[in-house]
Design a protein around this ligand. Structure first.
Ligand code: FE
Length: 288
């Protein structure tokens, strides 16, 4: 593992707002918490959705996500525990498990299934949707599976362990780099009282989601199962936080697109006409 030194910041961004996820069900009946909902798409542009799933009850996940389409954005699935089999209409197949990540650029259209491949035990992870710029929404679909060993990690002198899924942090380059939206996606593990800092452009929209423990950002405590939206304070050059107890969280940041967002289920385009076209293409077998 790499070692790195946490950034020394002029000023940390603070928590603008705490958000509690909404319990819902998707796919063929998978229980999950929708943390980033449609109402936050504009505020958190270029991110469209974050689902957190976590259960040790197979009845809550075993039905999975059978064949369904996507167009116009990217999906990043990060599996903390459990195994998910991915198959798509182009004949690709992959297995996502224990710390692995799949990055898919749906582009003009992909049809795939995401099905749990376990009958008991804990299934836990996240799916994040990242918008594509208008110019790239109809690009060729692409995806890659990153086993856990291909996700760069670093540790700091005070015990933080950071997995760099996308972008870079404290000099460590992540598994994926994307132009235009420049996403940063970190999984941060902190023992009690450890602190952590990383640089972020103030204009990039960003949030944290704590999935274990409690962390403190400025005067604000962010407890488990809470999202903290980071303010875009001019002059703030990153995020600094302290763990109140053993904690784990993700940090997600990206450069806003400032383009119209029109969503209809698994299609996210810029206009209503493009949504109608997506539905027509899907119904007439023109996806993949
Ligand atoms: Fe999907």
């Amino acid at each position: 593992m790499n070692t790195a030194t946490s950034a020394t910041l002029q000023q940390s961004r603070g928590i603008e707002r705490l958000v509690e996820g909404v319990a819902t069900s998707d796919g063929a009946g998978v229980s999950l918490t929708r943390v980033l909902t449609g109402k936050l798409q504009r505020r958190l542009d270029p991110f469209l959705m974050l689902d957190a799933f976590g259960s040790d009850d197979p009845d809550e996940y075993i039905a999975g996500f059978p064949d369904h389409p996507h167009r116009g954005f990217e999906t990043i699935t990060y599996m903390l525990h459990g195994r998910m089999r991915h198959r798509d209409s182009a004949g690709h197949e992959g297995l996502l498990e224990n710390g692995g990540m799949q990055w898919m650029i749906a582009g003009r259209g992909a049809i795939h299934s995401e099905m749990p491949e376990q009958e008991n035990g804990v299934m836990e992870g996240f799916q994040l949707w990242l918008n594509l710029p208008a110019a790239n929404k109809m690009a060729a679909p692409w995806y890659k599976d990153f086993p856990t060993t291909e996700i760069p990690e670093y540790s700091t002198a005070n015990g933080a362990t950071v997995r760099v899924i996308a972008g870079s942090s404290n000099g460590v380059q992540g598994a994926m780099t994307r132009e235009t939206t420049e996403p940063v996606y970190l999984d941060i593990h902190l023992p009690a009282d450890a602190n952590f800092a990383t640089a972020l452009p103030a204009t990039h929209n960003a949030f944290i989601y704590v999935y274990r423990g409690t962390v403190q950002v400025g005067d604000t405590q962010v407890a488990a199962q809470r999202m903290g939206i980071l303010g875009n304070t001019p002059g703030a050059d990153g995020l600094a936080l302290t763990a109140s107890e053993d904690s784990r969280l993700i940090l997600v940041a990206g450069k806003p697109l400032d383009e119209p967002i029109v969503q209809y289920g698994p299609f996210v385009m810029n206009t209503q006409e493009e949504i109608h076209q997506a539905l027509d293409d899907y119904r007439n077998g023109r996806f993949a």
